[in-house]
Design a protein around this ligand. Sequence first.
Ligand code: PLP
Length: 367
Amino acid sequence: MAIEYSRRVARIPVYPAASAYNLPEEVAHLASNESPDPPLPAVVEAMDRVLRGLNRYPDPKGSALRRALSERYGVPSERIALGNGSCDTLLALGEALLEPGAELVYAWPSFSVYPHLEAASGATGIRVPLNERDEHDLEAMLTQITAATRLVIVNNPNNPTGTALPLAQIADFVASVPRHVCVLLDEAYIEFSALDDPDASIELLREHPNLILLRTFSKIYGLAGLRVGFALCGSPEPVQAVDVIRQPFFCSAVAQAAAVEALRHQDAVTERVERAIVARVTIAEGLRELGIESAESQANFIWFGLPLPDGADAAEFEARVVRELAERGVLVRAGGALGRDGWLRVSFGRPDENARFLNELGEILRA
Ligand SMILES: *Cc1c(COP(=O)(O)O)cnc(C)c1O
């Protein structure tokens, strides 16, 4: 007889990982919103120093990293949760808050990990469509909140669309959500947004004990492979809850040391943001020259609909363009798996990679 797995396993959607292709030698990785820059030499050195002590378990409280985060972001340590990537904190929070009968509200299309939360917990997920500008429709989201709602997620800027809302609108929304509901503001890309000071949302934590800001070292800090993220919380309760739910040693010693060092290099953050903004303008302009209007991006990636030839099927056409780009060494993400057929999400790479993407896409569409 076959082994019987829990029903959760069948229910949880498989994360749409970037596909593998028959690739040429030089590949532009524009599919996963990573930083094109390798880790800073000082960060590599910090990791190297830790390697010789790896016979010991890491600090389960991540005290040094939480202290460094507390100094950088002005939030007390006891209101900072760490994670093996921010998704780890997100999933732990889902486990801590949700159960059958509970409700979860989020926008769609948005981050492909959110549907895991309802599937893993048996809670009811309510997806609220983005508005016509592909932004969160906060008013519509408010109307979906009931006595059963435990968690509302706002992804700002939103993955996969790149669109962002100004903080003033987010602040009004958070103020309108009843206190019994946890509001998770997923700010994985907030540093790339030019709408507001990326640190301005932290002020909201003073007034809203039910608010959590989810942030990561995977994007602007360029450490996606290391798996370390954090949550800045309006009260110590969510920190205690996610720490109870998980195994004690969820964040490796190497990750903790690297993250502490990365925080010391805010000049690199500024530089990366500046380069992303240049890429954003260049790629939006290049797409426009191909007759493509993209969604207004405030992130390190861009989202756009492909010009569909007459009679073509959106899903098939999208798959063909993604495959042909891959064969030319440019990896991008197909929109179908992210919530919309016929669209692409393209991360910003180095300037030469961005130019190569525009050039190859142009050739494919003209063929
Ligand atoms: C990339 C991303 C994250 C970060 O995930 P990590 O687990 O920290 O690598 C979180 N939220 C969104 C919306 C993302 O796109």
